[in-house]
Design a protein around this ligand. Sequence first.
Ligand SMILES: [Zn+2]
Length: 415
Amino acid sequence: MLRLRADWLLPVTAPPLPDGAVLVAAGGRVAAAGPDARVPRPPGVPELALRHAALLPGLVNAHTHLELTGLGGRAEEDDFVAWIGTIRRLKADRTCGEALAAARAGIREGWARGVTTVADTGDSGAALRALAELGGSGVAYHEVFGPDPAQAAESLAGLRRAVAELRPLESARVRLGVSPHAPYSVSGPLYAAVAGLAAEEGLPLAVHVAESAAESALLAHGGGGFGAAWARRGIAPPANGVTPVEWLERHGVLGPRTLCIHAVRVGEEDVARLRRAGAAVAHCPVSNHRHGHGAAPLAALLAAGLRVGVGTDSEVSVGATDLLAEARAARALAGLDARAALALATAGAAAAIGMAGEVGELAGGAWADLLAVAVPPGASAAAVEEAVLAGGPADVVGTWLGGRPVYRRGGVTVP
Ligand SMILES: [Zn+2]
């Protein structure tokens, strides 16, 4: 067991509490959290006092590509279709061992930046292996590709093999999912088949969707950069006159366990489709901006009651990943207050990836995934939320995962 005490406790789901504490039960879950005077002090339990710091739930990154860690700066194309081609080559050049080492580094980097849970997409299996090996937390959606309908059976068979191989690595903290990559890299029949597999296996599903103009053009009229790339490969355009979200709906991909990554190019009808399906959104404002995709209609997505979390995407897109910077960008986009912005990186993201009540909050019974951030002494409750949101990786004082210290900045003693 462990007891942590700090100048401020930020439950995020409720206003900040001065002089707060969290008691971590032996199994790594929160036994109690609240004002210091009300949180039990069982005899013999070590206590750590964090001065000039706020304690809040560990951050939940709703979209990562951990296997791409270390490749930042290696794909600089402004044209998204060309950029995707470079990413494919960079991935193909990596060995399994390199992908695993990258995923491990990405998880540890996340801990140093306050991220305790990730929702990752990749096709190497590295993220799930690294999460299991390091005792991390998250869901790893295994990607599958295949734009040619004639490839669907073969792609599905490969995904089935990967699922069978990876499922034994699942645990209370690490889950497997599937990810039919994107409408420009997956055929309609493959989408339907993967949706069927997800239902059969009881797996959550993530898909990059409605991200670029080129993707929308491919589904609207078979044109654009992806349309040209498909034509060169002799593959017929997938559809005519549909939006990416509509395309997913037609193939049974949208549901309560579906995470829609990006969702930039979605109109009112698409938002209604997502709402009807109960799908969630991983909002990646910094990546969307970097690639020139525009801004997602975040206010409309939230107003529709959709579960939304922020995600960083990979460092190849955004450079050094910083989830609080994503929360600040989301705030600016949708006119949110500081607490609502922080929620997108904690409780909201947890809900989006199907982990509500487990991570992203400090309620009793949730995993004791905690983040301590330096805040100015004597700050008001409102100023503390602003200070945490304004913080960066350098302000992270310590990070705990299930009560286990996984990162600490110099000068803080962790038992
Ligand atoms: Zn992505």
